[in-house]
Design a protein around this ligand. Sequence first.
Ligand code: KG4
Ligand code: ZN
Length: 363
Amino acid sequence: MKKNKIILAIETSCDETAASILEADFNHAWPKIKTLSSIIKSQSNIHKSFGGVVPEAAARAHVKYIRPIIEQAIKKSNIPLSDDRRQVVYDKIFNKIDYIAVTVGPGLQPSLIVGVEFAKALSFALKKPIIPVNHLAGHLYSPFKDKGLKIKDMFPMISLIVSGGHTILVLMKNIREYKVLGQTVDDAAGEAFDKVAKLLNLPYPGGPEVSKLADDGNPMAINFPRPMIHHKNYNFSFSGLKTAVLYHLRDLSPKPLALNAKADICSSFQQAVVDVLVAKTLRAAKEFKAKSISLSGGVAANQALRKELIVNCKSLNVKFMAPPINLCTDNAEMIGLAAGFMLNNGFKPKSYKTVKATPNLQL
Ligand code: KG4
Ligand code: ZN
């Protein structure tokens, strides 16, 4: 009987500085992974005025926050700390860590470097190995936090990852084997949400703002294109849809637009994105005789997308899985979860000497 392992997970691939402590029990085919703490420091206030993430500013903020965020994660994990003996106790807790999991890519190079180099320094000091985690694997495994389903009802699974940087459709044959079926050829779904928000002068990050306004609009008001919806492959394209919104706005008057006009644009745009994502996911589910569909990534927080997938899964008699909303956008907990599944699948931990930031890493 192997003893439970403690994982410190670090995520700095974009504009969230995040750390999490997890406890993993590997005595089962499906690892039991408990989150002891998860801390996220969002930098959206820093990037708001620029309307998007500024890599250099993001890296500087990661440098500032990474140590306090890891300390907070340690403090919040259920291991008690006494303030007067803080250093001694920290040392004790650090000694309980078995693995340091860190996002190595994909992401912004200056941001990734901060997390990876911090993890390597810790690994050197504590003599504990590193689990280099693909950020997209973090999203992919994030729905598995509370399994909810029996393994026999899960695979084959079609997984849709929709974030600010990626839109990927994956076939998961089982818990360790997966294959990318298709991905976006230009903008990611979240990027399209953010760009449409910018066109409408909504604050950054735009996805939640567009989806909030969409609730008050008519999804059929404007017939925006559904790019590649009938293409036989599983790729996506969202840049034409964003341009269609731009042209639609150019011809509208009076300006500035009334709130209800903006709401109709948001709602119709969101419907176009949802229609394409759902159509392709369902087609893949039918082709590969999937028993379940999972949804993850920042755009998985979108209620319209979740609802439409849930309804369609019911009529197809396919199970549906998605992480809780706080695990959709970037966090370190999902990086620790992915590391736990990697270890359970037989992954050999790495020395700090061989780990490096890989901005263009593929799933
Ligand atoms: O996964 P994530 O935090 O970062 C990346 O890995 O890219 O995803 C962030 C993306 C942003 O584009 C954001 O606008 C989008 O997720 N997003 C949403 C919603 N919440 C976040 N998009 C649509 N509806 C939402 N409710
Ligand atoms: Zn992400």
